[in-house]
Structure formats: C-alpha cells, structure tokens
Design a protein around this ligand. Sequence first.
Ligand SMILES: [Cu+2]
Length: 170
Amino acid sequence: MKHAIFGYAALIAVSLSSASPATAQTAKAALKDQKGVDVGTVDLTQTPAGVMLRLSLKGMPAGERAFHIHAVGKCEAPFTSAGGHFNPGGQKHGLLVGPGHAGDMPNLHVPASGILEVEILNAAVTLEKGKPNSLFGKEGTAIVIHAGKDDYKSDPAGNAGDRIACGIIQ
Ligand SMILES: [Cu+2]
C-alpha cells in the first residue's frame, strides 16, 4: 500500500516539473567594492508582483547604506560608470517625494558583522526584455551600494554619497 502512495507522489512531482517550463526568469549581480574585492551577490527573480532581489552581503561596513539599481551596466571604480538611477519613467528621486525612480529601493541596515541577507521586492522593474522598465535594456543596469543612506528625497540620488559596491545585472 505504501508503495502505491509513493509511486503516485513521484508521478505528481514529475508531471509538475515538466508542466512548468523553463521560463522562470532570473538574473544575477556579483558585487565588488572599489578595490575589486567580492562583497556579495544579488539574485534576481521575476515574479508576477515584480522582481525579487535576494541580497547576500559580506564584509560590508556596518551602518545604513543606500541600495539602488543604476541605469548603466558598467562597474568601473569609483562606479560613476553605472550612471544615474534607473529611471525609465522620468520621475524625481525619492520614495518620500512621489513614485521615485524605478531603481530606488529602501536602505540596507548592515550589522556589525558586515553580513546581511535580505529579500527586497521591486515592483517597478522587470526582467522581461523589450519593456521600457526592463533591467535588460540597451545599456544594461547595475546594482549600486552607497557609503551613506538614501534620504529618500534629495534629487537625483538621495544624497547617499560615494558608491562603495557595484555589480552588473546579467
Ligand atoms: Cu545609487
């Protein structure tokens, strides 16, 4: 009897995996500091509600750090190469001011260990190519972490200071 139940469960598992096609869109960014040292990763997954960013940081100085998606997929220290915030809607910066840039996201609170694991949903962007808010446009996009916190209102960048880490979304 047990045998039959297990057999049935296995059959369901197989049919589920073949029914969900390989269209789950994902992307990744490897974060480096200005010296080229690896400081973490971001795994991006398309969901019906937007793009889920799973951030895994290590060796990051403790404190509040701005966390954004920037408009150019180029990370050459000091990372001004990544351009301004990803802003296909032409909005002003700041979650306290209005809708903000599509690349605006809440500050990270890095603990003394320098290690942080967090998931953040960005409903304003997509991994789907060809859409105006796609992270895979002509110039690509990059994840940037700043030395300071985003004040959520100063245009164009939240007065967040230097760019201390960068990773191309690919
Ligand atoms: Cu930024």
